[in-house]
Design a protein around this ligand. Structure first.
Ligand SMILES: Nc1nc2c(ncn2[C@@H]2O[C@H](COP(=O)(O)OP(=O)(O)O)[C@@H](O)[C@H]2O)c(=O)[nH]1
Ligand SMILES: [Mg+2]
Ligand SMILES: [Zn+2]
Length: 339
């Protein structure tokens, strides 16, 4: 046995069906066992970027990924394929940078959704408002945010000028991982490139599909930040840690966000607990605290709608999961019978 006979590795990037792994200081490639299931925290899961995996090392080719280690945090999204398990988008991060640009992309209901998934992931949300160089007045945005995200750090930054990035320095720390969450075009990859000091990710109108085969086309990628981060204006920050860039998630689908909803819509759940009937549908029942709050203006109809939409998606996703677990259970029993 030589010293590079690794048993565990970190998933640094996910290509179509091949995984870029880091084991010790060595870069390896890994593949999945075919027709098999991977377990992480009881959820049936395929490996994703940031995952710690167990491998069967192969010095002559791709290693075999045999198991996904339990995750300390994860983003999941629903799998559109019927009967397939939810897909992990990123794993094992400490901070979620919820990125929205200070122009077209700014929607408070989107932020509410992001906050819910961020809390649910197990990591700490941080709000990063990008393209501050294009925005004349941020105060209106900040005011809106303080209403839905009290106590959460908010930064206004520009990846072009470097403005505001120094204030975030405490998140760039050895042993800590940041994941970027936000719509396509808000400037996630630009932020990565500014922090890395080189063009690591593709940005802007160079679509991922246009650049197949090039190094930068990686779908999801985890990078080590430099120990010294040099901003465009020459400021040097102490860096370190890792950052995960994901492609823009077009429509964030909610699954398993019960706890996240409890945290990010705390005041709504508090109101609901004050409705006279415990099974209040918040329609015409007497003593409904939600209706009272909507009528006196302390609860905005939009926020109430976002909450209800997310709750509905949550119920839907739970039902789907139950069906899937039954299917998998059946498949397992069939398999063991055949043996
Ligand atoms: N003016 C300005 N443009 C930015 C900034 N960050 C990103 N952009 C531009 O916004 C577009 C989308 O950026 P990109 O990083 O690809 O967004 P992503 O899809 O979230 O990764 C590109 O054309 C960038 O040049 C910024 O801070 N200021
Ligand atoms: Mg990008
Ligand atoms: Zn009610």
């Amino acid at each position: 046995m030589n010293q590079s006979n690794y048993e565990t590795a970190t998933v640094m990037a996910v290509h179509r069906e091949r995984y870029e792994l880091l084991a010790g200081n060595e870069k390896l490639y890994g593949r999945l066992k075919t027709a098999n299931f991977y377990h992480a925290n009881e959820i049936i899961a395929f490996p994703t970027v940031g995952d710690e995996v167990e491998i069967t090392y192969n010095e002559n080719g791709d290693s075999l990924i045999t198991e996904v280690r339990p995750r300390k945090s994860v983003f999941m999204r629903l799998n559109a394929t019927q009967g397939q398990s939810d897909l992990a988008v990123a794993a094992n991060f400490d901070f979620v940078f919820i990125t929205m640009s200070l122009n077209r992309d700014f929607h408070i209901s989107k932020l509410e959704r992001y906050l819910t998934v961020a809390w649910q992931s197990g990591a700490t949300p941080v709000i990063v408002l990008t393209k501050v160089d294009l925005c004349e007045d941020v105060s209106e945005y900040l005011q809106q945010i303080s209403r839905v995200a009290p106590g959460i750090d908010v930064f206004c930054i520009s990846s072009v000028t470097g403005e505001g990035i120094a204030e975030m320095a405490r998140f760039f720390e050895k042993g800590k991982t940041i994941v970027l969450l936000g719509s396509s075009g808000v400037g996630k990859s630009s932020l990565v490139n500014t922090l890395m000091g080189r063009n690591e990710m593709l940005t802007g109108d160079i679509r991922e599909a246009d650049a197949q085969g090039r190094h930068t086309t990686t779908y999801k990628q985890c990078m080590f930040l430099p120990e010294k981060i040099t901003l465009p204006d020459g400021t040097v920050l102490s860096g370190g840690g890792r950052i995960i860039d994901t492609p823009g998630i077009r429509r964030l689908v909610v699954s398993d966000v019960e706890q996240g909803l409890q945290i990010s819509f705390e005041e709504i759940e508090e109101l609901i607990s004050r409705c006279r009937f415990s099974d209040c549908s918040h329609g015409n029942e007497p003593g409904c605290a939600i209706r009272a709050a909507l009528e006196n203006g302390t609860l905005s109809p939009k926020r109430w709608k976002t909450y209800r939409d997310m709750l509905r998606e949550e119920v839907f996703s739970k039902e789907r999961k139950q069906i899937m677990m039954k299917k998998i259970g059946r498949a397992r029993r069939d398999m063991s019978r055949k043996r």
